[in-house]
Design a protein around this ligand. Sequence first.
Ligand SMILES: Cc1cc2nc3c(=O)[nH]c(=O)nc-3n(C[C@H](O)[C@H](O)[C@H](O)COP(=O)(O)OP(=O)(O)OC[C@H]3O[C@@H](n4cnc5c(N)ncnc54)[C@H](O)[C@@H]3O)c2cc1C
Length: 484
Amino acid sequence: MKSRSRDYAISRRGFALGLGAVAARAGQPTADYYQEAARRLPVRRFDVAVAGGGTAGVVAAIAAARQGAKTVLIENKGYTGGTVVEGGTALHSFFNLWKAFPGVPKRQVVKGIPQEIVERLMRIGGCTGHAEMLSHYDYDSVCTAIDTELYKLVTMEMLHEAGVTVWVNTFVAGAIREGGRIAGMITESRSGREAIYAKAFVDCTGYGDLAAHAGAKFTEPNDYSVANSIGVANVDIERMCEFLKSRNTLTQLARGRRSGKDDQIVRFGGESVTLSEEFNAGARQIGLSMITTTTQDQYLMFLKLNLKMPVSPTSRDAVAEAELELRKRQFKAIELLRRHVPGCERAFIARTSPSLNIRRGRLIVCDYDITLDDILQARHFDDDVFVYGFHDSAPRLKVGGGGTYGIPYRALLPAGIENLLVAGMMITSNHDAHMSTRNTVSCMGQGQAAGTAAALCAARNCGTRELPYSLLRRTLEKDNVYFE
Ligand SMILES: Cc1cc2nc3c(=O)[nH]c(=O)nc-3n(C[C@H](O)[C@H](O)[C@H](O)COP(=O)(O)OP(=O)(O)OC[C@H]3O[C@@H](n4cnc5c(N)ncnc54)[C@H](O)[C@@H]3O)c2cc1C
């Protein structure tokens, strides 16, 4: 086999296609393969290139540009925000779990750029604020919910203000390897194929597309359901909550800013819904979760429909089937709500995601793999890049003592590649540990660390492992990242 350096390495499925094509002449189809002809691609040069403008990627690109790096962000969709604006219910969590540990003080443990986004949203009515949970607070002590559409606007504005070149509707389709480094990534858009060269790269695609194209080691655990969350309009929230309360099913509640007014219901739900036999059976069948948040009157920002796929969501064919099934489930969910839940009689679907939402695609092998024990023992490392205190399986699994654990820099460095960082849901192999690190606010914290490190590496012309930790730490502290 030919060396993969200086070639563009592609994912396993694509790589197999390439091998099969060896016998075919460029432009000449054989029975099974078509050999693409080589093409001259225009080269665009940057200091830092961020792949994926979602939860982590937005923050990574802003952080890199603010360090003075000439930064590009490549995003597949027409807007930024990723799973925050399509799947999630609330931003978990900027705080420690103080309410579950009597005597432990309340502390905001994630600040920096993620907190700036919240403040910007608050100013235009796009966030509930950090609303304290009034029940079920041994799960999360606060609820920070966002308006999906305003989140897209605010993050695009912040990227623009930071001087990031934002190329939306552009897909990362390959990587150009030179020895142990990535020299560039190949993108596709209606302006054609391009080669984006940079000194440092950050993969925030959720799927780990850039890392996989570049030949990083990965697995595909397929250990979660996928979903397509919907926004539901024309709902009388107060009547709906009263009904859930009367049936003893209102297990979660938080009050915060909604449609410009404080002290409104902004999060509610019931995990063990006992509304009627028919509703229960229907909800179970379509994977309907009854936990929701909102920042606007008459509107449920997220209702989740879950589906466990038989194979990893990197399979195009299986995803195509799942997309249809999830749309059928969305329709059934609205029918169930209209028929069984007072306040929802005239509800309708106001928003769906353009494609299904994943909780994990590829798991990228990094220099360090955060363990469940690290989280439960509230462990810190001598290369922490931020701290975090939330676990999505609380109260069953909690960060020890209502404190925080550290995310080490090494956990963001894909093994064997010198100038690539990753941030977001693609790190942490253990499922129970991933149930903490994959949450939105952790992904945002990872993004700030990865983007900052990428910019510092680009400025010093050094690899990610040569960057002095003291410099990274000082820079993050100066930029309001909180450390214990
Ligand atoms: C249904 C659901 C509900 C959830 N609920 C919550 C919750 O309530 N609270 C919470 O804190 N967390 C929740 N999570 C988890 C959390 O939302 C995600 O783990 C987190 O947002 C992932 O962030 P990310 O940056 O890794 O990926 P994403 O935010 O998904 O960003 C990836 C971005 O990369 C882009 N992209 C992908 N591939 C390419 C490519 N090849 N080229 C260019 N762009 C590309 C995508 O379009 C996307 O914008 C939920 C997740 C799901 C799926």
